[in-house]
Structure formats: C-alpha cells, structure tokens
Design a binder for this molecule. Structure first.
Ligand code: ASP
Length: 333
C-alpha cells in the first residue's frame, strides 16, 4: 500500500475507533459514505483480539496467531486455551473451582464467521472445552453436548481424559466447606470467565467463551457462558459480544445477542454494552451485589466495554500492542 493511502487510512481508522458515533452523526452524507467505505474496507487496523479481564498472555497468543494470518476462530481458540491450561486460574479450565460436591465442571461455546456455533456443558474430564465445542460445531449435526456425552465425543476426537481438580482447588474447597456460604464475590480475584473476540486480517469475526462457572455452584448448574446469545454472540455482518459475571442475569436478558442487535440498529459497541447493562440494572435492584461485564466489537474493529461495578478490565491486541483497558461502569456510588 502506498504510504499516503496508509497514513490516510490509519488516521481514519483511529478516528473511527475513538469517535465512531460522531462520524456516523455527521451531516455531510458524501463525506460520511466515503469515510465509512474506507473504514469498512481498510484492513490496516486488522487484526484485533479482545478478551475479558487481564488475561494478557491469552490475548497476546490470539494476537500472535492473527498476525501470522490465522483465521479468527483458530486465534480465539488458541488464545483461550492459555487460560484453560493455566492451573493457577480457578475460574477457567483445569484448576477451576469445583461445585459444592467437589466436581469441576466446564462450559464453553464458540461461534464462527459463518454463523455456525458449538457448545459443551458440564464437562468434568476435558481441559480444552472451547476446542471441544468447535468439534461439536464441525463434526456433529448438533450445537450443544452435555456431560458424559460431550466427554465421550471428546475422547473419540482425541481429547485426553484428565482430572480437572487440582490439589490447590481441592484444598480451597475443603476450606470453603467448613462454613459453606454461597456468596459470589464481585470481581472475584479479578479473573473470571474468559470471553474472546477476534477480527482477522480478512475482517472476519469469531469468538469463544470458556469457564468453570461460579465457584461452589449447585451441582448441575450451567451459566451463561456456553449459551449462544447469552455468553457469546457473533454476526459477521455486524460484530460480536461476550459476557462475564453473574450468568443468571446475563441469560435473563440474552445479553450478547442484545448487544449485537443494538449494534445492528446503529449503536457503536460502547453504547450497546452500556444499554445491555442498563437492561439488567433497571430490572433488578439486587445489582449492587453482583458484577456483569460485556465487551463488544463491530465490523469496523471499533470496540467497547461496560460493567456494573468498577474493577473490570479487558485486553485489546491491535497493531502489535496488547493493552489492558479499564472499563467504564454503572454503579458510581
Ligand atoms: N459467567 C460465568 C457463569 O455464570 C461466570 C463468570 O463469568 O464469572 O458461569
């Protein structure tokens, strides 16, 4: 690309990221159309990867894969695997906190640019559940497999059978059982479900969401994370969104689907995340007791995030830089 065009496009791209709505709101239709066209077809700002919380290494991994030219779905799965395999992370993958009976059960889903999706829930013996969800999407006629059925399918696809309860998580659970109070903590340890969205060099969007769910949940409980439309939703024409936090509340408002639909109707990712949080807090006066956070990305590569309580941050990889960005929040005291 000629240098002048590169500079022009890069400048327009960064205007788009920061002032997306002002551009859309400008009166000069011709100027607006030509700018939008350049932004929509300009790949210099791509690829981009974003993920929930300060999962720096996971997002860097996705960014690295994207920079090598890998498609968005490959990148998000490689990215979230970093946390699924991180034994120190007690909210995702192996090493995740168990339910009240001591079972670690993992949930995950993925969605590709074609609008296909796959999910697994209540998986007790396989670490890489996002990759397993991808296999459900690609190798079965179904969207979701649960429990033993998901595990047996996983072994048939070459996934290893593992004990997901680490000694550290077992000891923490034994400790918890001494006074078993079930009380989700806002911003628990500042790391939670990992939800990741990527837009690859071709401008195609995919996402993954993977979790061990709420610590010490009831046996059998499934949250929002593996539910397409709640924990994750992608429409490659519009953008994508993912959620973290109190899954029950995300499910009641089908949060990620809502955000994508709000973007379809003209909101930028930031406005859409804010509106989705507003839907929850205006209908539920218990919002002071739980955290929910959304991140979203649109087809132009604009991103946004919003949460109920201060403390949520997200990662953004773009142009070789992997930054941690504090999210704006609703409850300002
Ligand atoms: N959303 C997850 C769930 O409800 C948990 C979390 O993100 O903290 O299972």
């Amino acid at each position: 690309m000629k240098r002048r065009k590169f500079i022009k496009n890069t400048a327009l791209s960064s205007i788009g990221v920061t002032f997306g709505t002002s551009l859309l709101g400008c009166n000069n239709t011709d100027q607006k159309n030509s700018e939008e066209k350049i932004m929509a077809t300009d790949n210099t700002q791509f690829p981009i990867a974003i993920c929930t919380w300060a999962f720096t290494a996971a997002n860097a991994k996705a960014g690295e894969e994207l920079s090598k030219g890998k498609p968005a779905l490959d990148a998000v799965i490689s990215g979230v695997e970093v946390e699924e395999e991180n034994l120190k992370n007690t909210t995702v993958g192996k090493g995740g906190a168990p339910d009240r009976e001591g079972n670690v059960t993992l949930d995950a889903c993925v969605m590709n640019p074609e609008g296909d999706c796959g999910a697994v829930v209540y998986v007790n013996t396989i670490t890489n559940v996002a990759a397993l969800a991808r296999k459900v999407m690609e190798e079965t006629p179904h969207v979701m497999l649960a429990g033993e059925g998901a595990e047996e399918f996983g072994y048939s696809q070459g996934f290893e059978k593992e004990n997901l309860l680490t000694e550290e998580s077992r000891l923490a659970w034994e400790e918890w059982k001494k006074s078993p109070e079930y009380k989700p903590i806002i911003n628990i340890e500042n790391h939670d479900t990992i939800g990741m969205l990527a837009i690859d060099k071709d401008g195609d969007i995919a996402g993954a969401c993977t979790t061990s769910g709420l610590s010490y949940k009831m046996k059998g409980r499934i949250g929002d994370s593996p539910i397409i439309g709640s924990g994750l939703f992608i429409d490659n024409e519009i953008g994508g969104a993912v959620a973290t936090g109190m899954g029950e509340e995300v499910m009641k408002t089908v949060g990620s689907f809502l955000i994508v639909e709000l973007m379809r109707n003209g909101m930028n990712p930031q406005e859409a995340c804010e509106e989705a949080v507003r839907r929850i807090v205006t209908k539920n006066d218990r919002y002071k007791d739980f955290q929910i956070a959304y991140i979203a990305m649109n087809k132009k590569g604009e991103t946004g995030s919003y949460c109920i309580h201060e403390g949520f941050t997200y990662m953004k990889y773009q142009n070789g830089e992997n930054k941690n960005i504090p999210s704006d929040f609703y409850h300002k005291g």
